[in-house]
Ligand binder design. Sequence first.
Ligand code: MN
Length: 376
Amino acid sequence: MSFRFLHTADWQIGKPFAQVEGDAGAELRAERLNAVERLAALARDRLLDAVLVAGDVFDSNEVEDRTINRTIEQMKGFAGPWVLLPGNHDAALSHSVWTRARAMQMPANIIIADRPEAVAVWGDRAVVLPAPLRRRREIDDQTEWFDAAQTAPGAIRVGLAHGTLPGRLPEAAEAQNHIAADRAERARLDYLALGDWHGQLRIADRTWYAGTPETDRHRDNLSGAALLVEIDAPGAEPKVESIATGGFSWHRLQLELTDGRADRVIEALANLAEAAHRRVVTLRLSGAISLSERFRLEQELSAWRARLHSLEADLGALLEQPTLEDLDELDMSGFVRLAVERLKAEAQSGSTEQAALARTALRMIYLDHRQAGEGR
Ligand SMILES: [Mn+2]
C-alpha cells in the first residue's frame, strides 16, 4: 500500500477581485470556494489518504467568519485528514484567522498546522513536518527544523512549507520567507510540498509547488490544478500527477494593430468562443486603427463583454487614424464639414497634444454620426 495524498496551496479564499465589477467579481470570489469542493470530491473519489494545503488558505487574516465557515463546509466532502498550513497571507499571529477557526466547531479531521510539530496523518506510517509562517515575513528559514526532526523508523516524511526557493522561480519573486533549495535532501524528506508560487512547478523529483487550484491573476504559469502524489515506501521516488481543478481560465491578449483594421482582435476573441462564459480576459491594444474599424471594434467588444465572464479592454494606446473614406462616409455639410477639414489638418500637422485632441474630436464626430445613423 502506498501513501497517496493531494498537494494543493494558495487557495486565498476571500480574495476580493475588486477590479472585476458586479456579479462577475462576486462569482470569482465564490469560485475559490467551489474549487475547495472540487478538491474534496477528488480526494474522496480517488480514495486518498490526506490533503495537504501548503499555505495561504485564506487571502487575509481579516476574512469574515462566514467565509471561514463556508470554507469548512466545502471541505466536508472528504472525511480524511486535511492539513492546513498558515502562509504569509494568513500567518499564524496571536490573533488570526486560525484562532477564530479554532473557536468555531471545526471537524476533527481538519488539522491546523500552526506549530512546527510533526503531524501523523496515515496512522503513524506517514508524518507531515509543517513550517508555518507566524509572521508575514519570516527572516529565518522555517523549514530548518525538518533536518533534525525525529520520526518513527519506516515512516514516510513529507515537508509542508510556504515561501521562495531563491533563484529557482521563473520570475523575480519577493525576497522573503526563503526555503533552502536542498531541504528535501538535507531533511531526508520523501516529498516537500510547497506553496506561494501560484503556478505548478517541479523544483526536483521530491520538491514541488502545487500552484493555486483556481487561477486568480494573469500570469504565464500553470495554475488551476492540484498534484496527486503517491509514495510507495520511505525513500521511493514519488509519483506525481497533475489534475486540473480550475473553474475559470484567464487570458491576457496583447495585440498591436498595424494595418488599421480590427480583424486581428476579432480573430483572437473568436478563439476564445468555446466556454466563453468561463473566461476572464484582458485585452491591451496598441497601433493604429481607422475610424470605421474602430466603430466595428467597439461593437464586437460590446458583444464579447456579454459573452465572456469578464473583459477588460484597454485601448489607451490605440491611435485612431481617420481615413479619407471614413470621413467621406459622413453626411456633412457647411460648418461641420469645415470643422472636420480643419481637424483633419491638425491631426496630421499640429503639435503632439493638439494632434491627439484633433483625433479625439474627429473620432467623437464620426462615432456620433454613425450612431445617429444606426438609430434612424
Ligand atoms: Mn503566499
